[in-house]
Design a protein around this ligand. Structure first.
Ligand SMILES: C[S@@+](CC[C@H](N)C(=O)[O-])C[C@H]1O[C@@H](n2cnc3c(N)ncnc32)[C@H](O)[C@@H]1O
Length: 238
């Protein structure tokens, strides 16, 4: 894993482009296909099902982007989980009316919050969620920032599920081949940066606070994804 032994965090182009820049719009479209190739929605839905003792009432997604990733998760869960209140936090407001309507049709009530995640978590420590999710988001932050974020998240929900880029040779090679699906220069650049900033082993577990006690599960799923689950209390069915 030469050159990949340690996380390297570099700026991503998409984070620096204006919201409506055509390259940014195209890259967000690419991201949907990347999420599909990585099977991120399927993985998140199955981790939520496996780790929630009963159907949740309130879910928070941090770094939710345009909400289309969580919509795919909701489509998988909605047959069993209805009347969910979903809060989508992102520093940009990207969720379209079409997505709001699609969540509504599934019986999920969505609220978007445009905020920096650190400020949101600090200011909403008293908010109770049943679960918090993050997809292709944590790798933006260094270990110190993640420690601070995790300390806050451990106070606001009993379950945290993250699906992040796996840092490894195959994911890096595959990022370099995204031209094959027509991905633009922004997506191709940011995909490689994301893999180098991604996670392996038990790196996320090491950053989760020791108190209150949580059970941690971290592992690779599929070829490209590192999953992390922190769950307070007993396992479902235990
Ligand atoms: C790679 S995108 C992933 C979006 C979504 N989770 C998905 O899978 O489609 C990362 C998102 O994190 C958001 N973001 C980055 N830094 C943030 C911060 N400090 N606070 C809130 N959102 C942030 C960006 O605006 C972007 O929408």
């Amino acid at each position: 894993m030469s050159g990949l032994a340690l996380r390297q965090i570099e700026p991503e182009i998409l984070d620096q482009l204006p919201e409506t820049d055509p390259r940014a719009v195209a890259s967000r479209r690419d991201l949907k296909r990347v999420n599909a190739i990585m099977a991120q929605a399927r993985i998140t839905a199955s981790l939520l099902r496996a780790n929630l003792v009963k159907p949740p009432r309130r879910i928070l997604e941090i770094g939710a982007g345009d909400g289309t990733f969580m919509l795919k998760v909701a489509e998988r869960l909605a047959p069993d989980w209805r009347d969910i209140e979903l809060v989508l936090v992102d520093r940009l407001h990207l969720v379209s009316d079409t997505s709001f309507a699609a969540f509504g049709a599934l019986g999920w009530k969505v609220r978007t919050v445009q905020a920096d995640v650190f400020a949101y978590v600090d200011e909403n420590a008293d908010q109770c969620f049943d679960a918090v999710t993050a997809n292709l988001f944590l790798h933006h932050f260094n270990d110190g920032e993640l420690c601070r974020l995790f300390a806050g998240l451990s106070q606001i929900a009993p379950v945290f599920v993250a699906t992040e880029p796996l840092r490894g040779s195959l994911p890096l090679l595959s990022a370099g081949m995204l031209w094959a699906i027509g991905a633009n220069d922004v997506t191709r650049h940011d995909a490689a940066v994301s893999v180098r900033a991604g996670f392996a082993g038990e790196e996320l577990s090491a950053l989760w606070p020791q108190e209150p006690p949580f059970e941690l599960q971290e592992r690779r799923r599929g070829l490209f994804t590192q999953t992390f689950v922190a769950r307070r209390g007993e396992a479902p069915g235990a």
